[in-house]
Design a protein around this ligand. Sequence first.
Ligand code: SF4
Length: 286
Amino acid sequence: MTRCHVCFRHCELNEGDTGFCGARICLNGKSVPGNYGRITALALDPIEKKPLNRFFPGSRILSAGSYGCNLRCPFCQNNDISWGEDVRSCPETSELITPEELVSIAEKQKKNGNIGIAFTYNEPLIGYEFVRDTAKLAHEKGLKNVIVSNGTADLSVLDEIATYIDAMNIDLKCFDPETYRKTLGGDMKMTVDFITEAVRISHVELTCLIVPGISDSPELMREMTSWIASLKDSKGNLIGENVPLHVSRFFPCFHMTDRPATPVSCVYDLADIAREKLRFVYTGNC
Ligand code: SF4
């Protein structure tokens, strides 16, 4: 038996068990990533699609996804590889690709504008060992490494990959701990702590999906952006106002079809509130 340290769930796993995320398993008394090298999606995407607007704009990045997630957002757009029914078949349907092979594919795509590898689509930190091993090799080949994450991981996980990560987009899905817990199955404190540390070690952009009834409160947007503005670098200098924020529009999806798409005016109004504190606020899906 072991207890997984990767996220706040601290799953207790007996030999052969799979954790809540569907990715980690207990093998020889240790929590290991059962999804190591299991690639479900691979595409050369514009960097702005991550979204990263202030990191090598105009470039493209080889984007790789595996399977599993430690949150339970009912509106997940990647539910087929995160926590929907289809995930059960991912271990069989995914392609096994080694870190060396993925880096080699990324290198070949340099001629098409590729700058590196983005670990994205599902939650990459629940399989941080593959990220670490691949990103280390990618750096040796002069490639950049990007993480697109829900930021729900222990700081020891961030330590493991910090040296090799050049940029991250992290979801800050709302600014209410109860909603994080009840509606998303998350832990806001863990995410906030992760972001606080991440901005000290790498370029970070944040994303907030504006879902009616969950994250569309002007007051909470004020609180969230005041907190972002207070973030500091490793020397204690205030850098928060320069952290880009992507404010995106929700469309009904997966288990959340009980409400309409977010009104465009709502997204624009919340972006204006964010601009009271932050210099770089972008709207998406509008
Ligand atoms: S990473 Fe997965 S197995 Fe580990 S604690 Fe989180 S949900 Fe559980």
